[in-house]
Design a protein around this ligand. Structure first.
Ligand code: JFZ
Length: 443
């Protein structure tokens, strides 16, 4: 069984201006004193994952971590674990839902900024094993994901506003702790990561967060990156492990920063094929569950996923399960709708690369082998004209059924689909080319 991407086998795929197929480190690649970047091909081909933010804070319906000492007094926030019973928690149902949504991996908040651990850590009492729920959420979900064919991944907050040794505290890192000891805290953090890396089998991704505060340094980040890769050589680590992330656009600054991929937050990343990236975006507005949180329409979810793929990136779509352990039925239904769309259109998302046209107001494009998928969200009129490509189009069809026409003219490539055969969310026009699409330069 060969799981490698076909793209990397295309002769000449390393030519300038072409897609490289492997996880190119780019100008912002990791330093030489850390292991070379992980092989990201399975993750890149997956394109779509489920982010899960959960913890006792769901009992209040306020934001995880950030509401501690803000909307919820610190003592009250830190006592919520006593009521965390989550009687309906069904890890198999979460994993199945992710799979039904067409997602290939799941990232769980093992510990968020509030310090609460969703696994029974030996290094603290502040964990799920001591709550009325009394189960190992990380362990059970990791097993459920494996059973359902979804890659289990761990989010972990570097900062911990509750831990006495971490120098900053709630609200939002705006207070200082008198008796803090960062070295001791780093030992705690590394001890917890060692637990996660050794107890639960292979983790697909370690999704770090909270690196932006002053106590954390790039040296800390490189050490943590090395720890992860030494325990699990194949694990993929995001760029929030170190100090390279520039802002919420999530791209990594030039220089020698640790981390395998970029992390735009609450926005779709820009077209970038030299370094992998993943946008994390909430299905509602809050990361943790909030009653009546306005939910994104199906069209927005699908177009967001497609625009990520068209920009050569991934989408990590977030849900916050309710305090009883269930994912809100309307959110679960939305995820299944996305899955339904992907059952017809998945070949234009999974396993593709972005381009050759960069996303625009009209839509986005993806490619694989000798096929290009033009995702048209908004037709400017009778036809869509795109910049010419240096290949002949042998055939144009609409994915899911329908006729399309592609005509090369001096003014560009003209695409036509009769108004009656267009789709409300995304008309996917599949172009069959006279050769590989990966060497076409993205414009
Ligand atoms: C971070 C977390 O704080 C957030 O709760 C969530 O887990 C997300 C995926 O990652 O997002 C941030 C990071 C920094 C700020 C706000 C949200 N900030 O500095 O204001």
């Amino acid at each position: 069984m060969r799981r490698r991407s076909l793209l990397r086998l295309v002769p000449g795929a390393l030519a300038a201006g072409s897609l490289d197929g492997r996880a190119a480190a780019g100008p912002a690649g990791p330093a030489t004193d850390v292991p070379p970047p992980a092989d990201l091909s399975w993750w890149r081909e997956a394109r779509f994952g489920l982010f899960v933010h959960w913890g006792p804070v769901s009992l209040r319906g306020t934001e995880i971590g950030w509401s501690r000492g803000a909307q919820v007094p610190v003592e009250e926030y830190d006592g919520l674990w006593r009521q965390f019973a989550a009687k309906e928690f069904d890890p198999r149902a979460w994993a199945r839902l992710a799979r039904d949504a067409g997602m290939r991996y799941l990232v769980l908040t093992t510990k968020h900024h509030d310090g609460f651990c969703l696994w029974p850590s030996r290094l603290t009492d502040y964990h799920v094993g001591n709550t009325p729920l009394g189960r190992d959420v990380v362990g059970e979900l990791a097993a459920a994901c494996r059973a359902e064919g979804v890659v289990f991944c761990a989010y972990h907050s570097i900062l911990d506003w509750r831990h006495p040794d971490y120098p900053l505290g709630s609200p939002g890192g705006k207070t200082k702790k008198a008796a803090a000891d960062m070295d001791r805290y780093v030992a705690y953090l590394e001890g917890q990561l060692t637990e996660l890396l050794t107890r639960y089998g292979p983790l697909g991704v370690l999704w770090f967060d909270g690196e932006w505060e002053e106590p954390w340094t790039e040296e800390h980040g490189k050490r943590l990156y090395r720890l992860c890769r030494s325990r699990q050589p194949s694990v993929i680590v995001n760029n929030r492990v170190g100090k390279g992330r520039q802002d919420m656009a999530g791209t990594t600054a030039a220089g020698a920063f640790a981390g395998d991929y970029d992390t735009p937050e609450q926005r779709v990343g820009r077209y970038q094929d030299a370094r992998p990236w993943e946008s994390c975006i909430t299905i509602c507005e809050q990361w943790a569950w909030k009653p009546d949180d306005p939910m994104k329409p199906l069209a927005e979810c699908v177009r967001t996923l497609v625009t990520c793929a068209g920009g050569d990136g991934n989408l990590l779509l977030n849900v916050g399960p309710m305090p009883d352990g269930e994912i809100e039925p309307r959110q679960a239904a939305r995820l299944r709708e996305i899955g339904g769309w992907l059952r017809t259109h998945g070949e234009s998302v999974h396993g593709t690369r972005g381009g050759p046209w960069k996303p625009g107001p009209w839509g986005a494009s993806t490619r694989r082998g000798e096929a290009v998928y033009v995702h048209v969200f908004d037709w400017p009129g009778e036809l869509l004209v795109l910049p010419s490509i240096e290949r002949r189009v042998l055939e144009a069809t609409v994915l899911g059924g329908g006729r399309a026409e592609a005509r090369a003219t001096p003014g560009g490539l003209e695409l036509r689909v009769a108004p009656g055969e267009r789709r409300a969310i995304d008309t996917v026009v599949r172009l069959r080319l006279d050769g590989p699409a990966d060497r076409l330069v993205a414009r």
